[in-house]
Design a protein around this ligand. Sequence first.
Ligand code: MEV
Length: 339
Amino acid sequence: MTEASAPGKVILCGEHAVVYGKPAIALPLPDVRATAHVRAAPAGSGITLLLPDVNEQWSIAAATDHPLATLIQQTLETLLIIQPPDLTITLRSAIPIASGMGSGAALGAALVKALAAHLGAPLSPAKVARLVYESERYFHGTPSGIDNTVVSYQQAIWFVRNLGDGPHAPDDPNRSAALTPSAGVHRVSSVIEPVSIARPFTLIIGDTGVRAPTHVTVGGVRECRQREPGRYSALFDAVEQAVLRVRHGLATGDLHAVGAALTANQALLVEIGVSSPELERLVAAALAAGATGAKLSGGGGGGIMLALVPDQNTAGQPAAVAQALLDAGAVRVLHTCVG
Ligand code: MEV
């Protein structure tokens, strides 16, 4: 049997604007993961997928239009395997669905990694990211590529989607990656760089419990931008400035500057139209409890928010912020230490 896993993720800053070529920073959530187990099955049985979390089981031959079946087919094609092997694949996830924590991308990455490793041909993070991107693009419209990238590389990344070096560029942000110069891909594509973090900090993640699929909010922003291109262009420019301040603050250890830029990013996300009353209640509660900065994270409209607490900040102890989020209606609170 072969096992592989992939983490959930949070977008620290820059969501939505990243779809339009602005930078964003994403972090893996190592403690909440999706896991795939692959084992040999009886000859002639083909590939069976078991999803015990949702009580589903099906043969990929009978469900060819399911995103996971497509991903399995594409992985086999990448590995140049024409005759599907006989396998049972079990997928489990501790990442809440449609919450902004990248559950779909993590399931996909775990599946691709376990399948390729089981077949004796482990894939690089760049190749895993690309396969997961293709599957997300097919079923979810126009993702920027940041989610599949951070869960595949499993490290903090600075990501700028390539929008313009050829007719296919916007569709394929994972053609190459700065983190994998040895991947053998020579065309310039999206920028994917490690993020320098000079001082550790804690992120408290509050889940509103409101499920909000990312493609819905991304589609909403697309329509608004078509109606008001000038306003949205200015908003995305302002998000870029906030993201640059976050990167500078992380690199210099100025976590107060990071927090202020995160809260500024939240104000812009409200203007962009992807916040919600539940998210704003949690953001306000975190700031009142001493968090240095707070904002929604991911697609918005529901899902999660995050609050930054510098590790030495006694006024904003992680426990106090976490309790404030629960008191303000969060259905779940997670902690993650960064750096
Ligand atoms: C979702 O995690 C981040 C968004 O910017 C969408 C995307 O980048 O594809 C909202």
